[in-house]
Design a binder for this molecule. Structure first.
Ligand SMILES: Nc1ncnc2c1ncn2[C@@H]1O[C@H](COP(=O)(O)OP(=O)(O)OP(=O)(O)O)[C@@H](O)[C@H]1O
Ligand SMILES: [Mg+2]
Length: 305
């Protein structure tokens, strides 16, 4: 009987062992994509080079890694769908506008020369809007793919600000917003002038656009900070709520307020601005009080002779 029990014991142990090592070996092979021989594995486990705890740990690491990859893929897919949805949505408004004016012209409005001109001007505005959206999409795609080569030179940022302010004169007058900038001395920075112009245009455009209907004022200031300059654009506009402030730099993100009042816009401006500043290894920040105003500030590298 003893012989029987013993042989049974060894048989069961042998089967369990074999089953166990086969399973572990499969898992191991999967993790490392690497063939581990039975003896080798047994040896490594026995010689306590790897214990069950470590195998457990490795399996669970591997599972975490897989989980991460899968959720990344799901996020990317969601992002792709949202992106296409957003683009289609943004293109719709100007396209339908253009279609409306052209149809009205063809349906008879063309007989009235005054109406013809009026509707053609409106159709043209729709086309300009389409071009602006496509250009912004193109810019953001290039920036996200890191395809943008900065053309770094040194230039006077105070003069560039003057130029940009001049280009907004009519828009500011129209919205009854005062544009204030006093800087007589040259302020030399090292950056890509064309891209920084884009940054200024977007920030000043926003500051005017999101001003309130009265007492609008947009101020631009330059602060000297050791080896950098800080450029601040502040407005006395509608402000941004706490919950939105982190998100305004995301592409297509627009606050409910911006949408509901129909200010017009795609939500790409600040995403482009942030990309450009980060490509310069500089920083941009925003602070705001709802109903009182907003300040956007970005840094630039000083040019030293
Ligand atoms: N100065 C500001 N004051 C208040 N809200 C602002 C200001 N600047 C930006 N925002 C908010 O941040 C959002 C994102 O700004 P962003 O410039 O990216 O998009 P947009 O102005 O709506 O459209 P566009 O693509 O034409 O610039 C705006 O929709 C608005 O809600
Ligand atoms: Mg904008």
């Amino acid at each position: 009987a003893i012989v029987f029990i013993l042989s049974n014991y060894f048989y069961v142990k042998y089967t369990i062992d074999r089953e166990f090592y086969d399973k572990v070996r499969t898992i191991y092979k999967n993790i490392y994509n690497y063939k581990v021989s039975k003896i080798d594995l047994k040896h490594r486990i026995k010689s306590s080079k790897i214990g069950l705890d470590e195998i457990n740990q490795e399996v669970s690491n591997w599972m975490d890694e897989n989980d991460k990859q899968i959720s990344n893929m799901i996020a990317l897919e969601k992002y792709r769908k949202e992106y296409i949805g957003n683009v289609a949505h943004e293109l719709k408004t100007p396209i339908f506008n253009i279609q409306g004016y052209v149809s009205t012209l063809l349906d008879g409005a063309m007989e009235d020369p005054h109406l013809t001109k009026k509707y053609l001007i409106r159709a043209e505005a729709g086309i300009d809007r389409l071009i602006a959206i496509v250009q912004d999409l193109d810019t953001i795609t290039q920036l996200e793919l890191d395809e943008v080569q900065l053309q770094i030179t040194h230039f006077n940022i105070a003069q560039l600000i003057d130029e940009v302010i001049d280009s907004f004169e009519l828009k500011a007058l129209d919205r009854k917003v005062a544009l204030v900038f006093h800087n007589l001395d040259p302020v030399m920075v090292e950056a890509d002038k064309g891209r920084i112009r884009q940054v200024l245009v977007n920030l000043i455009e926003n500051a005017i656009k999101y001003s309130k209907d009265e007492n609008g004022e947009v101020r631009i200031k330059i602060f000297d900070m050791d080896d950098q300059y800080l450029v601040e654009i502040s407005d006395k506009g509608i402000g941004i709520e706490e919950k939105d402030i982190e998100r305004v730099f995301e592409r297509f993100y627009r606050t409910d307020k911006a949408r509901s009042r129909e200010y017009g816009g795609t939500g790409l401006g600040l995403a482009i601005v942030k990309h450009i500043i980060e490509a310069h290894n500089q920083t941009i920040n925003v602070r705001s009080t709802i109903g009182q105003g907003t300040v956007f500030g970005f840094t630039l590298k000083k040019h030293v002779e």
